[in-house]
Design a protein around this ligand. Structure first.
Ligand SMILES: Cc1cc2nc3c(=O)[nH]c(=O)nc-3n(C[C@H](O)[C@H](O)[C@H](O)COP(=O)(O)O)c2cc1C
Length: 418
């Protein structure tokens, strides 16, 4: 019987353990987590979601305060279109995060950065170009294009000196999305180095509608592999979403996948950026506690734990400080919903907004607990401690469990020292 370690992912000259830890925004997939994957010979991701906030936390910059001071005049204004990002500060924040991460890298693996197109930042093209270029300048091994079709993303960096040498990949949830991506980016004469196929059981935003349950990862992966074969394109295909055990992963590798991308198992690792009490919520969650809803202002359905404190909160939008989801016209669906509620309840000191959430504020504060569908199985991957809490795992333990386990087994950690 085979295990994941019987396979290798070949990306250019790199021979890798075929385990990729997916990007988890606003520093849930921390540098520490990504670096562990690389040290162990696999692939890790940092994320550039809300990078100015992350830089302030980790590198002592004052970007958010500075932006808020600049746009304070607009806080009570319904129209958020004047609130723009300073591209120099965005560049600086990205560079700080990537350089600090890459300086600590060891092992034969790779560290990539997850770049979501949906972070439109009130100037989609300009900000995405700066984010990707700065990451390449700062030495990232590669970029995974996420949360969007990215039809023009390669063109934004085609003049960058590292455009051809850095690893560039795309996340899709259908053959159709991949076809479109390849067609629209073909003008640059460059193919993606890998394609992550994300199915309906993943965490974060989904590339499906509310009919997500009708789709199946294995079927989409088989379609993508067949399509690439028909087109004579030799691009590694990396399934993601609901791959919970080493045996699940091995099954995909035996069927032609080049690697797997996993995330949920690592949300309860020591290296994961979620606060300790939130990790316990992930452990405790039952299947009924997890839902796919439409509260994200991005327009994509998102999976989360139902009792996430950010759901239903009617806080005033914080676009002057954050504003990552403002579209090209300075609009965000949460701002629209909030303004509607304020207009409907002019006397209320505080309104409640149930259809959308202020994702920037709540992701920043770890109050939207996005998670994969199989989060309810996390409790079976660890031990219960004397005080009733669950033992947090090391990323190394989880990585090696994926790498070596067989027979659908999940290795429990050593008993924690009291
Ligand atoms: C907490 C969490 C946050 C996530 N955030 C992002 C993100 O910011 N960008 C992205 O492309 N995918 C995101 N994802 C999706 C993962 O990168 C990954 O593809 C997927 O969750 C894999 O499925 P699994 O969690 O069942 O292993 C997130 C997943 C989780 C669990």
């Amino acid at each position: 019987m085979k295990c994941v370690d019987d396979f290798r992912l070949q990306l250019g000259k790199h021979e890798l353990v075929p385990i990729m830890i997916g990007g988890m925004g606003v520093d849930i997939s921390t540098a520490d987590l990504a670096l562990e994957a690389a040290r162990l010979g696999g692939v890790g991701h940092i994320s550039d979601a809300m990078i100015n906030t992350v830089a302030d936390r980790r590198y002592d910059t004052k970007h958010v305060k500075e932006k808020l001071a600049l746009y304070k005049f607009n806080v009570l204004n319904e129209d958020k279109s004047p609130v723009k990002f300073n591209l120099g500060r965005l560049e600086e924040a990205t560079r700080l995060h990537v350089e600090a991460t890459m300086a600590r890298k060891s092992g034969s693996g790779l560290v990539l950065i997850n770049c979501m197109e949906k972070l439109t930042m009130n100037a989609p093209k300009e900000t995405l170009k700066v984010r990707m270029s700065a990451a390449l300048d700062a030495g990232i091994d590669g970029i995974t294009l996420a949360a969007g079709l990215h039809l023009g993303s390669f063109a934004l960096i085609e003049d960058h000196p590292r455009f051809r040498d850095a690893k560039l990949g795309i996340i899709v949830s259908s053959v159709r999305a991949l076809q479109l991506f390849l067609k629209k980016n073909s003008r640059t004469g460059r193919l993606p180095d890998y394609v992550v196929v994300e199915g309906p059981l993943a965490g974060g935003h989904l590339g499906f509608g509310m009919d997500w349950a009708q789709y199946d990862l294995a079927t989409i992966v088989a379609e993508v592999i067949q399509y690439l074969k028909n087109e004579h394109l030799d691009i590694p295909v990396i399934p993601a979403g609901g791959i919970f055990t080493g045996s699940d992963a091995t099954g995909f590798l035996e069927n032609g996948a080049a690697a797997v991308q996993v995330a949920t198992r690592f949300t309860v690792s020591e290296e994961c950026g979620l606060p300790a009490d939130v990790k316990q919520e992930y452990f405790k969650a039952s299947e009924e506690d997890i839902e796919v809803n439409q509260v994200s202002p991005t327009g994509y359905p998102m999976r989360m734990i139902k009792k996430s404190p950010g759901i239903g909160s009617g806080i005033r939008p914080n676009c002057e400080a954050y504003g990552y989801l403002l579209d090209a016209n300075g609009k965000c669906a949460y701002v629209t919903s909030y303004n509607r509620e304020v207009a409907a309840h002019p006397e209320a000191r505080k309104v409640s907004v149930v259809d959308k959430t202020c994702l920037c504020t709540h992701m920043r504060n770890f109050d939207i607990w996005t998670c994969g569908q199989l989060t309810w199985r996390l409790k079976d991957t660890t031990r219960r401690l004397g005080d009733g809490s669950y033992q947090v795992l090391s990323a190394e333990h989880i990585f090696k469990d994926y790498q070596f386990s067989k027979d659908q087994s999940v290795a429990l950690p050593d008993i924690a020292e009291a």
